[in-house]
Ligand binder design. Structure first.
Ligand code: MG
Length: 385
């Protein structure tokens, strides 16, 4: 059971829910980091009294230092500050709740320090998954997924003796990744082309940050999760299947070689996978009301519509192609989603810009982090230019 965490990305949706779990279970906070949101960060620092607080830039760091001058809290900034937070000696677990590729360096720092990583930053695994997983093996860092689908799969795999996907002979046949379908489920590509920021931010089942909510509307989120699942569980893409399940009650499933399918179910609430990542291999009492199956809507399952949601189709192609194509996909998507969130492009333009980047930036083998970062930069330039 985790005693002290470093929380990277404390002011976002996952960060705040992680602090709820810390409050409920008396987990101490050794370090907090955030990009902006100085007011909220100050409030969190006053409540949890970490040893270190780190922000990205100097100006907000100086402001925060002034505000926290009555407390014995060190304020750091920049990449160095983030790395120090990620490798703080007293933290046994590092929760990575940073949005986007920006999570890569601090995640690597936490891995090199041999921490347990409660991973909520899927972009890192999508772009540099093989390198990240290899580093985790080398430094003995345990990666426990926080993404609800991957936590569900991880939970279903407990007790499975032979998780090898390759060579054939492992007990796992397929991973079934459930997908709510997002706010535009059932619409054609034409009908969703002109949807706005406000339309896309209305998710039917989950309350989340803005970037991921848009990714849920394009189904890019499910595509990124497919790649994340391949990396985490060492599965080839053809053995990860996306299943539309509108109710978000089943959070994902594992099909075994004997035909058994195990599912993890629960009320859609991120605090469950966060709590499990902190307490694994144990479970602790949750203060949340349990799922009431007798008052659940009927559970339905359907295949995804790849015509209507080209982002998912492109992600499936990148999953098969491998190399830096996943980094190009992700970088182009991050850049396109940020244009959409600034209301500079309509919804239908997101998949077009991602497709343009995938055409323009050739895929290379992803041998080093530099290969990945180059692909990411070229993809962003292609979308912005
Ligand atoms: Mg998810």
């Amino acid at each position: 059971m985790t005693k002290t965490i470093s929380l990277l990305g404390s002011t976002g949706s996952i960060g705040r829910q992680t602090l709820d779990v810390c409050r409920e279970h008396g987990v101490a906070v050794g370090a907090l980091t955030a990009r902006g949101s100085i007011d909220r960060l100050e409030q969190q620092a006053r409540e949890f009294q970490p040893r270190l607080v780190a922000v990205y830039e100097l100006e907000p760091a100086l402001e925060l230092k002034r505000r926290l001058s009555d407390l014995d809290i060190e304020v750091a900034y920049g990449l160095d500050g983030l790395r120090r937070a990620a490798s703080l000696p007293e933290s046994d677990t590092v929760v990575t709740a940073v949005v986007g590729m920006a999570g890569l360096w601090p995640t690597m720092a936490a891995i090199e320090a041999g921490k347990r990583i409660a991973l909520a930053n899927k972009e890192t695994l999508v772009c540099a998954g093989e390198l990240v997983m290899e580093a985790a093996r080398k430094y003995g860092a345990e990666i426990i997924p926080v993404d609800s689908e991957h936590s569900a799969i991880f939970q279903c795999l407990q007790g499975c003796r032979d998780r090898r996907a390759e060579p054939a002979g492992g007990e796992v046949k397929r991973l079934l990744l459930t997908c709510s379908g997002g706010p535009f489920f059932g619409l054609s590509r034409y009908e969703m082309a002109a949807k706005t920021r406000a339309d896309a931010l209305r998710h039917p089942n989950w309350t989340m940050g803005e970037k991921i909510t848009v990714d849920c509307a394009t189904l890019m989120n499910k595509g990124l999760e497919l790649i994340e699942a391949m990396r985490l569980f060492r599965m080839p893409p053809e053995r990860v299947e996306v299943v539309i399940h509108r109710q978000s009650i089943i959070h994902s499933m594992v099909e075994f070689c004997d035909g058994a399918i195990l599912a993890q179910m629960g009320t859609p609430d991120m605090r469950l996978p966060i709590r499990y990542a902190l307490t694994y291999p144990h479970r602790v009492m949750s203060p949340l009301p349990p799922l009431d199956l007798l008052h659940c809507p009927p559970l339905t399952f359907a295949p995804p519509d790849l015509e209507a949601f080209p982002c998912l189709k492109m992600a499936m192609e990148c999953a098969r192609a491998g190399g830096t194509s996943c980094a190009v996909l992700n970088g182009a998507n991050e850049a396109a989603v940020s244009l959409f969130l600034r209301e500079e492009i309509p919804f239908g333009r997101i998949p077009q810009l991602v497709a343009r980047a995938l055409d323009a930036v050739p895929s290379q083998p992803a041998r080093t982090l530099e290969d990945v970062l180059d692909a990411d930069r070229l993809a962003r330039e292609c979308v912005q230019g």
